[in-house]
Design a protein around this ligand. Structure first.
Ligand SMILES: Cc1cc2nc3c(=O)[nH]c(=O)nc-3n(C[C@H](O)[C@H](O)[C@H](O)COP(=O)(O)OP(=O)(O)OC[C@H]3O[C@@H](n4cnc5c(N)ncnc54)[C@H](O)[C@@H]3O)c2cc1C
Length: 449
């Protein structure tokens, strides 16, 4: 075996790759693990604090989740919370803010009241807030600068004192730091290591980087964000899938506007599309409104290139045409796409965005917000060509041949430890190594022994 041989190689140093690296180090008896990252530091793309909304999505105020989906995300969100508590990361990596989902107008008010009844048993800490309570918690939702009350009916379901907010870049760094501290194991990190080629020869994977380095591994997990499918296609996997890169941008307030997280009722056809307001932990708690959604023909935001990678991963054909045709013939989706395109155009974008954001803060003025330059990321939404549909949520291709490819749009950062658990269990079985499930349960879940 060469020195560059590892039992497991993880490709990608975002929060997904870092979480997997941590679980492999802490909970298995695998002795040699490596992580290969394209750039010079961890989490510079979607997992960076400025790319995402920093929200720990646990399903209580995400109105697009079914009860079943909420049950599963609350379990994975809990893992992040327990990890942070275990290591004492309160108020450094994980923060607490009030959070609420508001219903505005009769129809949405009815919706929130019904949902509260259904979800309260799963989240006993949730409360139903009437207008006067909302005014106490988030006055800007109800009153304008002159004390005038908003006219529409409004109700909210929400909570206080929960852990709601995470700096996912700092979380990624902590996963790596804590893994590197583990003794009796070789845990290597290689920065500036962009994997360009993976090949399976016999039972072993051979990896080559753009920088000309070679590695081998018994098992490979590709957590390369929007590039996961790109690498899968190169190996002939996942050819029925394509990536639709949906960029999300933000507007940031010029003063503190909200005390916590305020979400709106989501359109089930467009999950995570409704704007929300969040206190930005990197900007003194100033409110970040967004994200918007715009299809961009590139796989990485704010980095040069990756246009060709987009077209290679799209593999344009009639199935793609059909998916777009179906999306565009729905007037809700069509209007949403056009509006979000306009949100990116200088001069008009602020005025238009303001109209939408005023559903949260009715008195919001142009001077209160500015386009957050350099903020935002890309959600690698997956297109399922076989079934000619846009997949909503995460996708994982387990080839069952020793390599897994993960695509993680929102809320992939929250589910990083849960997704890693799924892969660690599989890898342990595949390689015949031990996974300490009891330690995992004890440390990262509320499950009884
Ligand atoms: C606007 C927006 C808002 C969001 N808000 C939230 C939120 O509030 N809460 C939440 O839970 N989730 C949110 N998400 C989703 C979340 O940010 C992502 O799911 C998560 O960051 C994905 O992490 P990742 O590690 O899989 O991918 P990434 O963070 O994209 O990391 C992929 C890594 O792989 C590396 N890489 C790529 N190609 C190669 C290669 N060939 N060789 C080596 N390395 C490679 C990259 O450099 C990068 O470091 C949001 C996303 C967006 C875009």
């Amino acid at each position: 075996m060469t020195q560059n041989h590892y039992q497991v190689i993880v490709i990608g140093g975002g929060v997904s790759g870092a979480a997997l690296y941590y679980e492999l180090g802490r909970y298995t008896d695998i002795k040699k693990i490596a992580l290969l990252e394209k750039y010079g530091s961890l989490a510079t793309l979607n997992s960076s604090g400025s790319a995402n909304s920093q929200t720990m999505h646990c399903g209580d105020i995400e109105t697009n989740y079914t009860l079943e989906k909420a049950q599963s995300v609350t379990r994975t969100a809990k893992m992040v919370e327990k990890y942070c508590l275990q290591h004492g990361y309160e108020n450094t990596i994980m923060f607490s803010h009030q959070k609420m989902a508001i219903g505005v107008g009769f129809e949405e008010v009815r919706f929130i009241r019904k949902r509260f009844k259904e979800f309260h048993p799963l989240y006993p800490y949730l409360e139903l807030y009437e207008k006067d309570t909302i005014a106490e918690i988030e006055p800007r939702l109800i009153y304008d600068a002159h004390g005038k009350e908003r006219p529409e009916p409004i109700v909210a379901m929400g909570a206080q004192g929960q852990w709601t907010t995470v700096n996912f870049k700092a979380l990624s760094e902590s996963f790596i730091d804590n893994t590197l501290k583990i003794e009796d194991k070789i845990t290597d990190i290689f920065f500036h290591s962009e994997v360009k080629y993976i090949q399976k020869l016999g039972s072993m994977f051979h990896l080559e980087t753009v920088q000309g380095h070679h590695f081998t591994a018994d098992f490979v997990v590709v957590n390369a964000g929007a590039h996961s499918l790109y690498l899968a296609h190169q190996m002939g996997y996942g050819l029925d899938y394509a990536t639709l890169p949906v960029a999300g941008s933000f507007y940031v307030s010029t003063k503190k506007i909200l005390n916590g997280k305020v979400y709106m009722v989501q359109n089930p056809k467009l999950p995570f599309a409704a704007l929300h307001g969040d206190p930005d932990i990197l900007l003194n708690g100033y409110t970040r409104f967004g994200p918007t959604a715009l299809v961009l023909p590139k796989l990485e935001r704010f980095k040069s290139g990756t246009y060709a990678d987009f077209f290679k991963t799209l593999r344009f054909d009639w199935h793609i045409v059909k998916i777009f045709y179906d999306l565009l013939k729905d007037s809700d989706i069509r209007n949403y796409i056009i509006r979000n395109f306009l949100f990116e155009l200088p001069y008009v974008r602020k005025k238009l965005f303001l109209q939408d954001a005023r559903k949260i803060v009715p008195s919001l003025q142009e001077a209160d917000i500015k386009y957050a330059k350099g903020f935002g990321g890309i959600r690698p939404q997956v297109l399922d060509k076989k079934n000619e549909r846009l997949m909503l949520g995460e996708a994982s291709i387990n080839t069952e041949e020793g390599i897994i490819f993960n695509m993680t749009p929102s809320p992939g950062a929250t589910s990083c430890l849960g997704n890693a658990l799924r892969d660690v269990e599989y890898i342990s079985d595949y390689l015949g190594v031990t996974f300490d499930a009891a330690a995992f349960r004890r440390e990262l879940t509320d499950d009884k022994e």
